[in-house]
Each structure stands twice: as structure tokens, then as C-alpha cells.
Design a protein around this ligand. Structure first.
Ligand code: 8DG
Ligand code: MG
Length: 328
């Protein structure tokens, strides 16, 4: 990118657009930054600074043409990250490039690498990129199992979710007593592992972590308020948040993601005042965490949620067949 125009006050958060480009095997494209520049020698998601008057999307298209020789035809927002390095701050606006023409090549002689998500840790990336990598590893949908009442119905729902390729599921089931919850968990585990999915557990039952089993921990409001450091041993640790302060608390604890609710009115919490899209979007701008939006949302709200800065949607009803909720 060319030098910024003179006579403009330095932007405290210089805006950078970066793109996640995938190949047919779902590997992502990294390029290596030259040694002599900021964060030199590290790998990065290709992109660069926005020029004055340019939107992040326009900068993405221009940068990827200049650096890789590709023409972006479609891109969706993935996450925005504000990060302060000791020597400068950046606002990274990261897009998933969902359509492009051409074959990426290092037009500036920069080395390129196609890397599987599991292998990303072998490529040192700038510190600001941590939430980007987490967001990429998280699926766009986060279903919550709740209100099933019987073991048979929960089992049926779990199978439905796994069969419809959901890979991150919150096993909340507040309607079960702790004993029944633990028993069903035992039954679910082999199936969840076989599907390569992650089951997020309730924090209040104090189930010990079992590394390698595909389990995560979902902190409710009380557990988040008590939490002093990220609980160890879990694949993911998430928090339920209802205020900006809670989102900031989840971020400062180094949690992996959060769920923000309620965005719209929901029959399960008739007394809760919905945040609305604007407030949710405003808060998401102020944190770097991947966040799922929850509350009255349907599958069709996914692209709206992503435009708002969210990783995706969480929901109880949204991911199960509607008729499942007609029982009495
Ligand atoms: N493209 C990109 N930049 C990143 C990532 N992570 C990260 O901290 N950055 C920072 C490093 C730099 O401070 C800034 C990108 O600015 P840059 O100087 O490389 O921008 P540019 O491509 O327009 O390069 P130039 O022509 O101005 O030299 O963002 C990332 O994953 N991709
Ligand atoms: Mg660049």
C-alpha cells in the first residue's frame, strides 16, 4: 500500500483489512511479512492498510489484487480486532473471502503457505491474530440443548444436531437434575467424540475437565462473575454475557468466546429487555472476542449477526425442528 496522504492527523487505530482465503481442503492462506517491517518475519492473513476514504472491503479487494493477484468476488465479515502493540495500534477488519478469481501468488515475493486450521499454531502470527484463529476454529452456529425433559428426547436432539453437522453444542439441560445430567453426559461422550464435535458443559455442576475428550466449559453469569482466571483443561471456555462489562470481563480473562443475549424478544425470557441489533453491534465493536448472538434469533438472522460483528448465532429452538417444541 502506498504511504498515507500528508496533512491527516495520525489515526489512533489505523484500519487494516485482511482476508481469510481457503482452498478446496479448507486450508487457509498465510503470507510471511518481510523481516524489516512491523511484526516482521511473522505469518499473516494477507491484506494491508486502508487508504484515506476507502472502506475496509474496498481495501481488502485492492490489497489482495496487489499482494496476491486475485480478484475477490465475495467476502463476509469474520471479526474485528483492536490491538495495541508496544509501538503501534491496529484495527484489523478480517473478512472470510468466499469467492475469488485467479490463483494466489506472492506478487511482492512474499512466501505463501496453505495451512490446515490444526496446523496454524506452527506458524507464528502477530499477537493480534489470536481471536482470528479462534473465530476460524469456531463454527457459525452454537446450538443449546435445553427443555428436552427426558433422556430419550435429549438423545434424539443430540443425534439431530450431529447429523446436521453442528460441531459445537452447549449441553445445558437445566431441567435435568445433576445426576441425570452426568449420566447422559457419559452416554453422549463417545458419540460426540466420534463426530469430532465439542460439547460445552455447565459450569455450576463443577464437573472436572477431561483434556482430550472434546469438552468445553460454558460459564453462566454467576460463574463468570466468580471467575478469576481461565479454567484450564478445557478445549474451549465461553461465557454467557448480558452487558458490555461482562463481555470485557470475558475478554480480559482470556476466555475463547462469549454468547451475548437477548438480542430480540424471546418466549423463554419474556421479562428480559432485548438489546436490539444496534446495541449488540456497538458492544461487539468494543471487544475482540468471537461472540455468538442469542435470543429470539432464527437461522435466517445469521448474515445479519455477522454484519453486526458476531461470529454467529446461538439458539435453542433455531437449530431443532420446530415441531419438537409443540409437545406439552
Ligand atoms: N495484513 C495483516 N496485517 C496484520 C495482521 N496482524 C497484524 O497485527 N497486522 C498488522 C501488522 C501491521 O502493523 C498492519 C498491516 O499493515 P502493513 O504495513 O502490512 O500494511 P500494507 O500491506 O498496506 O503495507 P505497506 O504498503 O503500508 O508497507 O497490521 C494480519 O493477520 N494481516
Ligand atoms: Mg500487507
Amino acid at each position: 500500500m502506498s504511504a498515507s496522504t500528508p496533512n491527516t492527523a495520525p489515526d489512533p487505530w489505523p484500519h487494516v483489512a485482511a482476508g481469510v482465503i481457503r482452498d478446496a481442503c479448507r486450508r487457509v492462506l498465510l503470507s510471511r511479512r518481510p523481516q524489516h517491517v512491523h511484526q516482521g518475519g511473522l505469518w499473516e492473513f494477507p491484506g494491508g492498510k486502508c487508504e484515506p476514504g476507502e472502506t475496509a472491503r474496498q481495501a481488502l479487494i485492492r490489497e489482495l489484487a496487489e499482494e496476491l493477484g486475485i480478484a475477490v468476488t465475495a467476502a463476509e465479515p469474520l471479526i474485528q480486532v483492536r490491538h495495541r502493540y508496544p509501538d503501534r495500534s491496529v484495527l484489523l477488519d478480517v473478512f472470510e473471502v468466499t469467492g475469488f478469481e485467479g490463483i494466489p501468488e506472492g506478487r511482492e515475493n512474499q512466501p505463501l503457505a496453505w495451512v490446515a486450521l490444526e496446523e496454524l499454531d506452527r506458524h507464528p502470527l502477530p499477537a493480534a491474530d489470536r481471536p482470528i484463529v479462534t473465530a476460524l476454529r469456531l463454527p457459525p452456529r452454537y446450538p443449546i440443548l435445553e427443555g428436552g425433559r427426558t433422556a430419550a428426547r435429549y438423545q434424539y436432539w443430540l443425534e439431530h444436531l450431529l447429523a446436521t453437522e453442528h460441531t459445537l453444542i452447549y449441553w445445558r439441560a437445566r431441567d435435568l437434575d445433576p445426576e441425570a445430567y452426568r449420566k447422559l453426559l457419559e452416554r453422549f461422550l463417545p458419540r460426540v467424540r466420534q463426530a469430532g464435535a465439542t460439547l460445552m458443559l455447565r459450569a455450576d455442576l463443577e464437573i472436572p475437565p477431561a483434556p482430550g475428550l472434546g469438552l468445553g466449559l460454558h460459564l453462566d453469569r454467576t460463574a463468570l462473575a466468580r471467575c478469576r482466571q481461565r479454567p484450564a483443561g478445557w478445549r474451549w471456555v465461553a461465557a454467557a454475557c448480558h452487558t458490555l462489562a461482562e463481555l470485557q470481563q470475558a475478554q480480559s480473562l482470556g476466555l475463547d468466546f462469549a454468547v451475548l443475549s437477548p438480542v430480540l424478544a424471546t418466549p423463554t425470557h419474556p421479562d428480559a429487555r432485548p438489546l436490539g441489533w444496534d446495541t449488540a453491534g456497538d458492544w461487539l465493536q468494543q471487544v475482540n472476542l468471537p461472540v455468538y448472538l442469542l435470543g429470539g434469533l432464527k437461522q435466517r438472522h445469521l448474515s445479519r449477526a455477522r454484519r453486526c460483528g458476531a461470529r454467529g448465532l446461538a439458539g435453542i429452538r433455531a437449530f431443532l425442528p420446530e415441531r419438537e417444541f409443540n409437545y406439552t
